[in-house]
Write a protein that binds this ligand. Structure first.
Ligand SMILES: [Zn+2]
Ligand SMILES: [Zn+2]
Length: 351
């Protein structure tokens, strides 16, 4: 199979800084789309994969799964896209296509495992996939999204992971104009959860541990901010929320939030992947008010397109800080300190 060599930014080992490297992309096959990458968002998964925090990283790691760009080439059988179109790629570039999940537009839950945009198994070239910190990417058109022309392109990039990760549970749990939604954590995911829930017409509350975030949360569209360490404030929202989107990325005590879930309501974990080793959820709030604790992973391709179209219609994008690729290592350090409002996006021209 023919390939093209493109510039990228990657980590050669778990302790190495990211630096410029060359990678190979396949030439478009009949169903492929080749995209010149204009912007790529910076997700916490990028950092954790580059540093092998979750194990299993394959080097060199070229992170990036919030990709926005313009199409520069299409295969002979591509029907949805043409050269010059704006396009986006999120966390997946392939899946088996024939399991029950795939047949129901739930590629993220593919029974045979979806192909990650980076660190996935490359079915075409062998080896592993490389993400969006690069000049170009070649992806099967079934995993390429259309981007509304009216939005700020750099600020669209985070919708492809942070956006869909919060959109999917909001839609699955039927959030609409009569819903009470709460969001735990105000980072990349949390700020999108507020904007999208608000866009869907819900009344939105942010749970924060410190008072300092109130003004920012209200600017993003939150109707209320509850300081979760203030018992009186927590008591005032007992059994209030139909859906809580919990974006906190580490083990934490969900019991105080469970009391605020309404009868039949659900607390959805989207940020923390792992074991509760010290902070055990009690079954009491679940049993006595038929509340649920659930999890949710990104979203399917059709649902991602639905979200992008919704954002186009409602003028919703992420709040970002645009950086050059040469600043990525510093950006990772700042992310570890939550020193970003609310997502870094790389201007790929800098590569
Ligand atoms: Zn991500
Ligand atoms: Zn499948």
């Amino acid at each position: 199979m023919g390939t093209l060599t493109v510039k990228a930014y990657g980590a050669e080992s778990k302790t190495a800084d990211l630096a410029e490297i060359n990678i190979e992309r396949r030439e478009v096959t009949t169903k492929d789309v080749e995209i010149e990458i204009l912007y790529c968002g910076v997700c916490h998964s990028d950092l954790h994969t580059a540093r092998n925090d979750w194990g299993g990283s394959l080097y060199p790691v070229v992170p990036g799964h919030e990709i926005v760009g313009r199409i520069t080439n299409v295969g002979s059988e591509v029907s949805k896209f043409k050269v010059g179109d704006l396009a986006a790629v999120g966390c997946m570039v392939d899946s088996c296509g024939h399991c029950d999940s795939c047949k129901h537009d739930l590629e993220q839950y593919c029974e045979n495992g979806f192909t990650g945009t980076y660190n996935g198994k490359d079915k075409h070239l062998g080896g592993h996939t490389f993400g969006g910190y690069s000049q170009k990417v070649v992806v099967d058109e079934g995993f390429v999204l259309s981007v509304p022309e009216n939005l700020d392109l750099a600020a669209v990039a985070p919708l492809l992971c942070a956006g869909i990760t919060t959109w999917s549970p909001l839609r699955h749990w039927n959030v609409g104009p009569n819903s009470q939604v709460a969001v735990v954590g105000l980072g990349g995911l949390g700020h999108m959860a507020i904007k999208l829930a608000k866009g869907l017409g819900a009344e939105v509350t942010l749970f924060s541990r410190t008072p300092g975030k109130t003004e920012d949360a209200k600017k993003l569209g939150a109707d209320h901010v509850i300081i979760s360490t203030e018992q009186e404030q927590m008591d005032a929202v007992k059994a209030k929320f139909d859906v809580i989107i919990d974006t906190v990325p580490y083990e934490h005590d969900i019991n105080p939030y469970m009391q605020t879930v309404a009868l039949n309501g659900t607390l959805v974990l989207v940020g923390f992947v792992g074991e509760f080793e010290n902070e055990f959820p009690s079954t009491r709030p679940m049993i006595f008010q038929r509340r649920s604790v659930a999890g949710s992973l990104i979203g399917g391709i059709a649902e991602t397109q639905e979200m992008l179209d919704f954002c186009g219609k409602n003028n919703i994008v992420s709040d970002i800080e645009l950086i050059k690729i040469q600043d990525i290592n510093n950006a990772y350090e700042r992310m570890l300190k939550s020193d970003v409002k609310y997502r870094f996006v790389i201007d790929m021209k800098s590569l």
